[in-house]
Design a protein around this ligand. Structure first.
Ligand SMILES: [Zn+2]
Length: 288
């Protein structure tokens, strides 16, 4: 997607209209490799290009590690999740004005945000995530995307009614805050794994499975502030090679629970290509 020379500058400028100081909620302005509010609360812009808004104690434990992020980047590069990305981008194009503002809450490496921005020629995107390893990639993933270190379970450093589309892909939800930051007429686009997602692989490798009640819980959590407008199931079979399986099983929460050598031995016992289901639920919610 061609981006005009001024597009990045313009995207950054617009994001300063959206970001707020996490301490006092006043506006942030750029100030030599940092962002600063009028009360002089100051947050560094990391060498890798993202704004570090979380301070020491707020940083949660257990975020994505360097090796998880590396595995995810390798797996996404294979294109196995392309049908999901295609669905997300298509819905984003219907839901968000072409020059709108997109907030990706739990941006990860920015893979999905980049695809969404590609369908919206003048939109600007802000990605929030806790993992510095993921943010390094997200900050550079697209000329019109920026990224900031933040835990999306906390009050968001984002101005009320400033966002046209909130993306929430395999990430925690913050229903009151998503509702607060959306403009009237905005939308929330949520992706969750369905119970069948990676089922065959989970059974063979002893990975964590998706809780079948997850989707129902999500709907209940959101229902006070959002109305579900549309739900789409995206399901297909992935014929995976050994390297794909290793990347896939090292990129998610499972990576915290299973020893890498054990995993490698179990993968070696599989006959490849190993067919497993990719299964997602993509839902559109309107703020009430
Ligand atoms: Zn401040």
């Amino acid at each position: 997607m061609p981006t005009s020379p001024n597009a990045r500058h313009e995207a950054l400028r617009r994001l300063f209209d959206v970001l707020t100081c996490p301490v006092c909620h006043d506006r942030l302005e750029p100030a030599d490799q940092a962002l600063r509010c009028p009360r002089r609360h100051t947050f560094d812009i990391a060498r890798h290009g993202y704004a570090g808004l979380l301070t020491g104690k707020q940083r949660p434990a257990g975020g994505d590690t360097a090796s998880m992020v590396q595995a995810r980047t390798a797996f996404l590069r294979t294109g196995y999740f392309a049908p999901l990305t295609h669905t997300l981008a298509g819905l984003a194009a219907e839901l968000c004005p072409p020059d709108g503002t997109v907030l990706d809450a739990g941006v990860g490496t920015g893979y999905h945000l980049a695809a969404v921005l590609d369908t919206l020629p003048d939109a600007a995107g802000l990605g929030l995530d806790t993992s510095p390893h993921a943010l390094r990639r997200a900050a550079r993933i697209h000329p019109r995307a920026t990224a900031a270190g933040w835990d999306i379970r906390r009050p968001l450093p984002v101005r009320s009614r400033s966002v046209d589309l909130v993306l929430n892909v395999f990430a925690p939800r913050n229903s009151p805050e998503f509702h607060r930051v959306l403009r009237p007429g905005g939308a929330l686009l949520v992706v969750t794994p369905a119970p069948r997602h990676l089922g065959e692989l989970q059974r063979h490798l002893g990975l964590l499975s998706v809780d079948p009640a997850k989707e129902e819980r999500l709907r209940r959590t959101l229902s006070a502030r959002f109305q579900r407008a549309h739900t789409e199931a995206v399901e297909y079979v992935m014929p995976l090679g050994a390297q794909d399986i290793e990347a896939l099983s090292s990129m998610g929460p499972t990576a915290h629970h299973l020893d890498a050598d054990v995993l490698r031995r179990r993968i070696a016992l599989l006959s490849t290509p190993f067919e497993t289901a990719a299964s997602f639920v993509v839902s559109v919610y309107w703020p009430r």
